[in-house]
Design a protein around this ligand. Structure first.
Ligand code: C2E
Ligand code: CA
Ligand code: CA
Length: 565
């Protein structure tokens, strides 16, 4: 028997060792002086029995027992607790925490300790058996035996818990019900054994589409369910469903047969569609039947509005893909005006998608382009167009004009952004200082080391960096201080329409004061009225952008109206 003795008292350790000296069943006795060392010892080594002192500094014996019993397989070791006091209550709490026996130090003799060790070992073996069968029963109760996924019972319970938790957390929960298309045919044609194998394969493929924080269950037959919690946008559920549908489009090989098995997905959202688990399930089911009716490989939302939103996003995504290939975009330019001189100091490039039948504005299609990474190609096109244009204008009209270009968070994830910009500046002979790169706060929030480095490199290159939509996100000062930002663009929603909007007024005043104290340039966006123009002037915001001066226009109109002498 391998024994670990954990006691901080040297004399007590000596007593124990003496009692075990002539014990033939003890093959090894290791001693450590604290619970921390004890925990480390059992991590690296296996012991049959632990002789554990109750009273130790920092972590006491009971805490160590609790920690051990929380480990897989209950920590694998029987425990005899030793204490100087023979307090019954203490003895009981040691046993309750998971020790198998309790012995007072004053009564330690060779025989008593031997008996205690044997008893503890036996008891632990019994407890372990009980624990194993408990685990087995739980597994049977909660798992689907074919796929190893959660079963219907477990899923329904988890759904209820998630919904009741969400009352507090206020995020979205998506329930996806999945039903395989024409599974019955495969079962009937090739037999049940093949059907079972197919279900296993399908479960595996779907699992690969999940991030791991979703609950994935087989409800029975060819029906599966996925629970996604903590969703910010409805679209996040769409993405998962689409990945699943796509992953099942590839044929599956089973025992030399190639089968294809599509899937129909119905989605309902809490709290949007339903308050209770039962209702939510019913609605997801209805959505799933609608998806089935539409044919194979479809996904349907329960709510019409959601379905429409999904269909529109889907159309946009499809058409964007070909627009990217054909470079079917245009750049418009909106003047940035100096408030005192009323002269143009630069422009912001804003993308347009004129030939799309969907009449989609950038506010709609840019987020979709970001989700689908189409923004990488679009962004490159924008950079080239804009830099070419500023080169042309600087040569013809005014060397000091600046060009502001919106850069999305996704682009910041691309190391090639720096070299692309360098290359274009060279190609069109434009100085980096004429380029303003606009980032939103959310882009800076997801800062990983690479994008942080990229931002610093862009700064070193000499580009000006602007924080876009300031005042709509978190407006955290830390971005302004941590990044080499030169300009903040006050979001249009912050500008008050008249002097009665006291709160707006004070926010703008505050932000303007704050930005100027840390030496930042401020551009006010969305200036639509004389009042707003005067307000900015009064607050020493010297650069303005907005319909009051001009909307975004094609290059030749900008040249005609703003640049020609
Ligand atoms: P943004 O960067 O905040 O651009 C300003 C938006 O406000 C533009 O909308 C502009 O047309 C609009 N605007 C300008 N003056 C006024 C005004 O006085 N009143 C009002 N109500 N609106 C005004 P737009 O062009 O529809 O672009 C929307 C957003 O799409 C942009 O917001 C930007 O986030 C994104 N975007 C546009 N072009 C690009 C691009 O080339 N790349 C990337 N990544 N994003 C772009
Ligand atoms: Ca912008
Ligand atoms: Ca903006």
């Amino acid at each position: 028997m391998d024994i670990l003795l954990v006691d901080d008292d040297a004399i007590d350790r000596e007593t124990v060792k003496r009692a075990l000296r002539n014990n033939a069943s003890v093959t090894r006795l290791r001693e450590v002086h604290s619970a921390e060392e004890g925990l480390k010892a059992v991590e690296n080594d296996r012991f049959d029995v632990l002789l554990l002192d109750y009273r130790m500094p920092k972590v006491d014996g009971i805490e160590m027992v609790i920690e051990l019993r929380g480990r897989p397989n209950l920590g694998e070791t029987a425990i005899v607790m030793m204490s100087t006091s023979d307090d019954e209550v203490l003895a009981l709490s040691c046993l309750q925490a998971g020790a198998q026996d309790f012995i007072t130090k004053s009564e330690i003799t060779a025989a008593k300790l031997q008996r205690s060790i044997i008893q503890a070992k036996k008891r632990f073996e019994l407890e372990k058996k009980l624990y194993d069968s408990y685990c087995q029963v739980r597994e049977l109760a909660e798992k689907d035996s074919l796929t190893g996924l959660s079963n219907r019972y477990h899923f329904e319970e988890a759904l209820k818990v998630s919904i009741s938790n969400n009352v507090r957390f206020q995020s979205n929960i998506a329930l996806l019900l999945l039903d395989l298309d024409h599974f019955k045919n495969i079962n009937d044609t090739y037999g049940h054994e093949m059907g079972d194998k197919l279900l296993k394969c399908v479960a595996k493929r779907i699992n690969l589409c999940l991030r791991g924080n979703e609950l994935f269950a087989r409800l029975g037959g060819d029906e599966f369910a996925i629970l996604i919690t903590g969703l910010k946008y409805i679209n996040d559920a769409t993405a998962v469903a689409k990945r699943i549908i796509e992953s099942l489009e590839a044929p599956i090989d089973i025992d030399g047969h190639t089968v294809q098995c599509g899937v129909s997905v119905g989605i309902a959202m809490h709290p949007h569609n339903a308050d209770t688990a039962e209702e939510l399930t019913k609605y997801a089911d209805i959505a799933m039947y609608r998806a089935k009716k539409q044919g194979r490989n479809q996904l349907c939302y329960f709510e019409d509005a959601m379905q429409e939103q999904f269909s529109r996003c889907y159309q946009i995504e499809t058409q964007l893909k070909s627009a990217v290939i054909q470079q079917d975009f245009e750049l418009f330019y909106q003047p940035v005006i100096n408030v005192q001189t009323k002269k143009i100091i630069g422009v912001e490039a804003l993308i347009r998608w004129p030939n799309s039948s969907l009449n989609s504005t950038p506010d709609e299609f840019i987020p979709i382009a970001e989700q689908t990474y189409l923004i990488d190609k679009i962004g490159e096109w924008v950079l080239e167009k804009a830099i070419e244009q500023i080169s042309d204008w600087q040569n013809k009209f005014n060397k000091s004009l600046t060009m502001a270009i919106n850069v999305s968070a996704v682009q910041l994830g691309q190391a090639s952004l720096l070299s692309t910009i360098k290359h274009l500046l060279n190609k069109y002979n434009v100085s980096a200082g004429s380029i303003v790169l606009e980032f939103t706060e959310t882009a800076l929030l997801n800062k990983d080391e690479a994008s942080e480095q990229l931002i610093n490199q862009l700064d070193e290159l000499g580009c000006k960096l602007a924080l876009d939509d300031f005042g709509t996100g978190f407006s955290s000062l830390s971005h302004l201080l941590n990044y080499p930002i030169n300009i903040v663009k006050l979001d249009k929603s912050l500008l008050p329409t008249d002097s009665s909007e006291v709160r707006h007024l004070s926010i703008v005043k505050g932000l303007a004061a704050m930005a100027s104290i840390i030496g930042l340039h401020i551009v006010a966006e969305g200036v639509e009225t004389q009042f707003q123009c005067d307000l900015c002037d009064a607050l020493n915001i010297d650069e303005l952008q907005g319909y009051f001066f001009e909307k975004a226009l094609p290059a030749k109109d900008i040249a005609q109206k703003w640049l020609m002498p």
